[in-house]
Design a protein around this ligand. Structure first.
Ligand SMILES: NC(=O)c1ccc[n+]([C@@H]2O[C@H](COP(=O)([O-])OP(=O)(O)OC[C@H]3O[C@@H](n4cnc5c(N)ncnc54)[C@H](OP(=O)(O)O)[C@@H]3O)[C@@H](O)[C@H]2O)c1
Length: 320
């Protein structure tokens, strides 16, 4: 079968469409005929050799997909660690979910990573169930116009959150405002720490969703109000978080880690998350934002969009 293979570690050029052997499902796995795959920042890091636990190349890339479960013919969307960008994938049965009837295959492929990650970010921030009589939680979402960012805006709107989001582009911010973002901050034009100070009258936010790393972890802590939380879930700058933990004392602040790879093995947690996400979806509140669709053969273009910050929402690979 045809698959997108990381032939050796490196930049997007190392991706090759090749013929590989058919997967054989292990116990607890299902075989899926893949129709589309969602592209993640983690795919780029895997190809570059910077993603923890990546097997040695050559390996088939891709961690989420939409397709037909061959055992019952149902269209499902699913999550796996590798091997999703292939005509067929053997994937864990408990990480497959039915695709809402009105969604396209591209939308199905754009769901698992972004929506579970965004949901768990709110969970870790402690704002999933706002207390009665309490003011709306304020959340700063970095890369608000990206895959996880647009999912976080849709969920934040449902939670009644006051959302602040960063992006490098006015155009992207304008588009994400149509999803419900109230305050866009163009970090090319304005320091986001200053902007948060101004927009919150010096008080700060309850939570920051931080996926940049480097200096941004400490900067994000400085955006917090009393008892606020920074949810650390990525390092798009390529730099490890720089943080002197002593700065957390002052406001009783905390920093929390989030890794979907790890959480996806916690069946009860995943089931709880799906229960809420599927209920919101059935009510018509969630719909993945697919910004770009590429055929498998043009795989590296999708990776480059993310690297060059040119994507809006999700990049999806479509199979013929
Ligand atoms: N821990 C987890 O389980 C988990 C799960 C999913 C994703 N993540 C992380 O979440 C982040 C977003 O992932 P995604 O797949 O949804 O990507 P994405 O947000 O759709 O795309 C990346 C966006 O990040 C912004 N960005 C800011 N600084 C950047 C830099 N130095 N290099 C490249 N992009 C930069 C760009 O948007 P602007 O130009 O608008 O700033 C870019 O479009 C990544 O860091 C990823 O590793 C973590």
């Amino acid at each position: 079968m045809k698959a997108l293979v990381i032939s050796r570690l490196g930049d997007p050029g190392v991706l090759e469409v090749r013929a590989v052997p058919e997967p054989v499902p292990a116990p607890g796995q299902e075989l899926i005929q893949v129709e589309a795959g969602g592209v993640n920042f983690a795919d780029i890091m895997s190809a570059q050799g910077g993603y923890p636990g990546t097997p040695k190349p050559p390996l088939v890339a891709g961690r989420e997909f939409c397709g037909i479960r061959l055992s019952d013919g149902q269209r499902v969307m699913g999550y796996t660690q590798w091997a999703a960008f292939a005509e067929r994938v053997a994937a864990p049965a408990q990480l497959l979910w039915p695709v809402p009837k009105e969604w396209s295959v591209e939308e199905g492929a754009a769901f698992p990573v972004n929506y579970f990650t965004a949901y768990f970010a709110y969970w870790k921030a402690g704002v999933l169930e706002p207390a009665a009589g309490k003011a709306a939680p304020r959340v700063l979402i970095h890369a608000v116009a990206g895959g996880v960012g647009t999912a976080a805006v849709q969920i934040g709107k449902l939670l009644g959150a006051e959302m602040y989001g960063t992006s490098s582009s006015e155009e992207k911010l304008a588009r994400v405002k149509t999803l419900g973002l109230q305050h866009g901050i163009n970090y090319k034009q304005r320091d986001y720490e200053e902007a948060i100070k101004d927009l919150t009258q010096g008080e700060g936010v309850d939570a920051v969703f931080e996926m940049l790393g480097g200096e941004h972890t400490a900067k994000s802590v400085r955006c917090l109000r009393d008892f606020g939380r920074v949810i650390v879930y990525g390092a798009a700058t390529g730099q490890p978080a720089q943080l002197d933990a002593r700065m957390l004392y002052a406001k009783g602040a905390s920093v929390h880690g989030l890794w979907l790879t790890y959480l996806s093995a916690k069946r009860e947690l995943m089931n709880q998350a799906w229960k809420q996400l599927s209920a919101w979806t059935a009510q018509g509140h969630l719909r993945p934002v697919v910004g770009h669709v590429f055929p498998l053969e043009r795989a590296s273009e999708g990776y480059r969009l993310l690297l060059e910050r040119k994507n809006f929402g999700k990049v999806v690979r479509k199979f013929a």
